[in-house]
Design a protein around this ligand. Structure first.
Ligand SMILES: [Zn+2]
Length: 469
């Protein structure tokens, strides 16, 4: 068996791992790189393998850094299916369509404003390419009590375990045959945390597996309990109500937005929001919220019971407004505070959030609330690092707004949880740490060496191929 790491190796975006077992060439995820426009543009515009040679694609979840280049794969000759849970398919449809629209809108904006580099903004794919991609999805349910395999072909089968990261997210166990022998490996995708409000906890892998590809995003960190973040959130709301400021929240339209809305609903029920309006300014958010409603079966049950016992619909309360049209979004520019805008993209690289940052970042009354992981070289990461000036859509802005970072909301497992996850796999001999920046991956590698001394730990480089016998 050969594995080549074409993305999320030495970094956290662009997940793409090509596994070759016998005649099968299986691509695990096909995500976009995110970060500095010029670099990611280059990385995203060409796939480093011939899509027509791929036998199957298994998609772990619908985040753009895992599914974002699927339309490019199909456009460039991939003929097979994309295997995922039904919820992941439903989510990916909106995420990819949104990505196509954002790419087009960004290009139009840059051309209109004659911004340098607009020639780099040519969309990688269109809405039509996304539609063609969606027809390739094949639903695979989470593995049930019978622990049955899902056969892709005579020599290839998979199991999907709930990864507890976002709705529909899965860890994959893949088995194939090479020289008459069965070879198995597991890929964690992104792993979630235990005890988050909306999504069920991750399930441990029950199969005996010698090889694991595991994420390491927060491999050097122990998360604070989520309650602490809720307290900080309440305090930011309180001070914003007092000074009539605005809270700008860059947020992934998928997952983090629903979690925030859920927590704001709770805060509102306890009188903590006053009359402060919350604008979810992402056309994607209401669509994704619908996907959440459709897939209640894979949710944390308590979430719904919390609200239903009071006759309420979760994620629907008087302060909450979903903004859809561009005009409505623009009208927020002149609206007096206090209010909160939750908008995407989550790393401040594209979409409506960039306009809201431009309008609000230079006012000391305002707060930029960072609630998600910010990859290197993104505008969001620079905000977290505490820079005083920032370039948005080619122009520089002074930062006067307060920047508050809430890592506690992370949808990723921390170091103890990652070690716990790997420790529960029987027969494990080797772990490849992916989806982590070098510092985090190295820290996790050291920690794993101590806890699992018999297991070999490696951190693959981008484009590295490893041969497993
Ligand atoms: Zn993810």
């Amino acid at each position: 068996m050969k594995i080549t790491f074409y993305g999320a190796a030495g970094g956290v975006t662009g997940s793409k791992h090509l596994v070759e077992i016998g005649k099968n060439r299986v691509l695990l995820d096909c995500g976009s790189f995110q970060g500095r426009r010029q670099i990611t543009r280059e990385l995203n515009s060409e796939l480093p393998f011939d899509p027509s040679t791929i036998t199957a694609v298994v998609l772990t979840h619908g985040h753009l850094d895992h599914c974002g280049l699927l339309p490019l794969l199909v456009k460039n000759g991939y003929k097979g299916n994309i295997f995922s849970t039904e919820a992941t398919r439903d989510i990916s449809q909106w995420i990819l369509m949104d990505s196509a629209h954002i790419q087009l809108a960004d290009q139009e904006y840059m051309l209109r404003h004659k911004i340098k580099g607009h020639e780099l903004a040519e969309p990688l794919y269109t809405a039509e390419d996304v539609a063609a991609t969606m027809s390739r999805f094949a639903n695979v349910p989470y593995v049930d009590k019978n622990n049955d395999w899902f056969a892709i072909n005579n020599n290839l089968k998979i199991k999907l375990y709930n990864a507890g990261h976002i709705l529909g997210s899965a860890a994959v166990v893949l088995a194939g045959y090479e020289n008459g022998q069965e070879i198995k490996l597991a890929y964690s995708g992104d792993l979630g945390r235990k005890g988050t409000p909306l999504i069920d906890d991750p399930d441990y892998i029950q199969d005996e597996i010698s090889l694991l590809l595991m994420e390491s995003t927060y491999g050097d960190r122990t998360h604070e309990p989520i309650d602490k973040a809720v307290e900080i959130l309440k305090n930011v709301i309180k001070s914003t109500l007092a000074n009539k400021g605005k809270i700008i929240v860059p947020s992934f339209a998928l997952g983090r937005t629903q979690e925030l809305v859920y927590l704001l609903h709770q805060i509102s029920d306890r009188g903590g929001l006053g009359n402060m309006p919350i604008y979810v300014d992402s056309p994607l958010a209401s669509e994704i919220t619908e996907v959440f409603r459709k897939h209640r079966e894979i949710y944390d049950r308590e979430t719904w019971i919390d609200f239903e016992q009071f006759g309420e619909v979760p994620m629907s309360f008087k302060n909450l407004h979903f903004v859809s049209s561009v005009d409505e979004s623009k009208s927020l520019n002149t609206l007096p505070g206090p209010f909160m805008i939750i908008s995407s993209s989550g790393m401040c690289e594209a979409g409506r959030i960039v306009h809201h940052l431009i309008n609000n970042i230079s006012n000391a009354k305002n707060t930029i609330l960072i609630t998600g992981f910010q990859a290197q070289h993104t505008a969001g990461r620079r905000l977290v690092e505490g820079v005083k000036k920032i370039k948005l859509f080619g122009k520089e802005y002074g930062i006067k707004a307060q920047v508050v970072v809430l890592n506690e909301f992370s949808a990723h497992a921390d170091e103890p949880a990652l070690i716990d996850y790997a420790s529960h796999i029987k027969g494990l001999k080797e772990i490849f740490l992916v989806h982590g920046e070098p510092t985090q991956a190295s820290a996790l590698s050291l920690a794993l060496n101590k806890t699992l001394p018999g297991v070999k730990i490696a951190i693959p480089q981008m484009h590295e191929t490893v041969e497993i016998n």
